[in-house]
Design a protein around this ligand. Structure first.
Ligand code: DQA
Length: 146
């Protein structure tokens, strides 16, 4: 079975309690459980990982090169600041889909710029936790057609 990585960046461990009017009421654990079972339906092993540390996210993406066919990345605040993540996504040899729960373009201007979009296969924003679902479905399609 093909495997994919779902990578969650800083503060996403607080989903459910963090600004629920923006990020919804589901916890990260609930979202991950849904994504793992969706993956099985689509014939994909979904491995999830969350970190608040930029270098840890870089290491995890690099290490995924040995086992993953693709990744869904919500880099959270590092989306707007991390040249390191941009460079890692450019370096890995699998498709990466950028995801956001909220729509950053309808929020503060500092969220309007993504440093990773240009090296991602595509971006899905603004559909709540379902943004992850849409991204996994897109990734399954990309992997199938490769
Ligand atoms: C986010 C949007 C980012 O601007 C923010 O820093 C986050 C979450 C989202 O999923 O909507 O932490 O990536």
């Amino acid at each position: 079975m093909n495997s994919i990585l779902i990578l969650h960046g800083p503060n996403l461990n607080l989903l459910g309690e963090r600004e629920p009017e923006i990020y919804g009421e589901k916890t990260l654990k609930e979202i991950n459980e849904f994504l793992i079972s969706l993956g099985l339906e689509l014939g994909l092993e979904v491995r999830t990982y969350q970190s608040n540390h930029e270098g840890d996210l870089v290491d995890t993406l690099q290490n995924a090169c040995s086992w993953s066919k693709g990744a869904v990345v919500n880099a959270a605040a590092y989306t707007h600041t991390s040249i390191a993540l941009h460079d890692t996504i450019a370096a890995v040899h699998f498709p990466v889909i950028e995801v956001h729960i909220s729509n950053p373009y309808s929020r503060e201007t500092f969220r309007h710029n993504s440093l990773i979009s240009s090296v991602c296969r595509g971006t899905i924003t603004g559909f709540g936790w379902r943004s992850y679902e849409l991204a996994i479905r897109a990734l399954a399609h990309i992997i199938e057609n490769n």
